[in-house]
Design a protein around this ligand. Structure first.
Ligand code: AMP
Ligand code: GLY
Length: 430
């Protein structure tokens, strides 16, 4: 198969690494990719939001499968563009069409969808500039902390959790009146705060059948002990220790089955990954959000645990044979720790030479994210620069390997959290 993969992060490096192992792969292209993906295929200078350039490339190079890493090209309708062109309409696309991408593209849409189909989630109401006063009054009926979510895509920064009523009111005014989040904040979802343990679940689905991937726990805060600003993710471990069998049964029944039934009922086609962000409240799952793609850095932890052929699963999905597939998952644990540029998620410097990449032993894998290559050397080019993944019998064993290898890597002002997974690793061994 000829495959085109869109994206340039650690997630895409992990996907490229995974499918490059498949005997079904003929040629792999990545647009735009990074030096990590270039180890497994050919990087291309194509803008991931230029649908016509993507369609033309797919047609000229006989692409059989298009895998869309990030959400933006999906919300931008790349899958629809492929279907609408007679030259490319038969290509399998991993990632939903625009209609399905709304599950991530609009919080208000996704909350209404959950309500319509009985998917458990936090109680909420949506407000816009014309209903600001009602929004302020609604806040007064809630108790702290207050959860405010911009309706549209806001690069992962559109959720505010405010400790006081005063702050919540002023943030709501900033978003709706002053437009502090631009168009993404034209509507705001205000919802009940859920007190529980967060975890990420992922399925690969054709809209009817699905394969369940390993679960994960993501560490979002930049600082140790889960302090400081929210980031795209500073590390992840898989499986999530709170995802025991009884809980996952409830997730399948109350969340996954109802979500897929809802899509079918509404006539929304859906082919690709669905990432369901959950809060375990007591013994019950509640959906925090849907994402229409895999998580980053969760992908870097999850894919190394999949022992079956991911590309074969994609192929089966395209042929309508997903129900015959079985995803084989290792019983081991996987951890990934992100190395970032000092200052991230606020301002940081780029262009720092990365040392030690050749010293990482086979016990760990480096997945590159914000990197670029110049004259055979690798430099930082973003906030999240690379991630180190290890797989072991225990979480603590995997973490020890990841940290041992992170120690060998450096660039000026590099930073990583030293405490990923430790509370869980200790709890498990007690
Ligand atoms: P999101 O951008 O939707 O992933 O939200 C960012 C983070 O905010 C989530 O990962 C949760 O930790 C937190 N969050 C979102 N909604 C809620 C909620 N209703 N209650 C508690 N925490 C929440
Ligand atoms: N790590 C969270 C996300 O990918 O949305």
């Amino acid at each position: 198969m000829n495959v085109l993969l869109l994206g340039s992060g650690g997630r895409e490096h992990a996907i490229a690494w995974s499918i490059a192992k498949s005997p079904l792969l003929t040629e792999l292209f990545i647009a735009p990719g990074n030096p990590g993906t270039a180890q497994h295929g050919k990087n291309l200078l194509i803008d991931t939001e230029d649908n016509s350039a993507i369609v033309t490339f797919c047609s000229e190079r006989d692409i059989n499968l298009l895998i869309v890493g990030p959400e933006a090209p999906l919300v931008n309708g790349v899958h629809d563009a492929i279907l609408n062109d007679p030259r490319t309409k038969d290509i399998t696309v991993i990632g939903p069409q625009k209609a399905g991408a709304m599950l991530e593209g609009s919080k208000d849409f996704s909350k209404q969808f959950m309500l319509r189909h009985g998917v458990p989630t936090a109680a909420y109401k949506t407000f816009e500039a014309t209903t600001l006063n009602q929004g302020l009054a609604f806040l007064e009926t809630l108790s702290p902390p207050y959860v405010l979510k911009c309706d549209g895509l806001a690069a992962g920064k559109g959720v505010l959790i405010e400790p006081t009523l005063e702050k919540a009111k002023s943030s709501l005014k900033n978003i709706l009146e002053d437009g502090s989040f631009g168009a993404a904040g034209a509507k705001v979802v205000i919802e009940e705060f859920l007190d529980g343990t967060e975890l990420s679940t992922f399925i690969l689905t054709d809209g009817k059948d699905y394969l369940l991937l390993p679960t994960a726990k993501d560490y979002k805060c930049v600082g140790e002990g889960d302090t400081g600003l929210n980031t795209g993710g500073m590390g992840a471990l898989s499986p999530a220790p709170v995802a025991d069998e009884a809980f996952m049964r409830k997730v399948k029944e109350k969340v996954i089955a109802r979500s897929l039934k809802g899509l079918q009922k509404e006539g929304i086609p859906y082919k690709g990954f669905l990432f369901i962000g959950l809060m375990r409240v007591g013994d019950e799952p509640k959906v925090i959000e849907y994402n229409v793609r895999m998580g980053d850095p969760e992908t870097e932890a999850v894919l190394p645990l999949i022992e079956s052929d991911l590309l074969a699963h994609f192929k089966a999905l395209g042929e309508g044979k997903l129900s015959r597939e079985e995803m084989i998952i290792s019983s081991k644990c996987s951890t990934t720790v992100m190395m970032v540029s000092g200052g991230y998620p606020e301002s940081y410097e780029k262009g720092k030479k990365i040392y030690g990449l050749n010293e990482i032993g086979p016990e760990s894998m480096v997945f590159q994210a914000g990197t670029k290559e110049m004259n055979g050397e690798i430099f930082s080019s973003g906030g999240r620069v690379l991630t180190v993944t290890s797989v072991e019998e225990t979480l603590s064993g995997a973490l020890a390997k990841s940290y041992r290898n992170l120690n060998k890597l450096s660039f000026e002002n590099s930073y990583y959290r030293k405490d990923i997974g430790y509370e869980l690793a200790n709890a498990r061994e007690d």
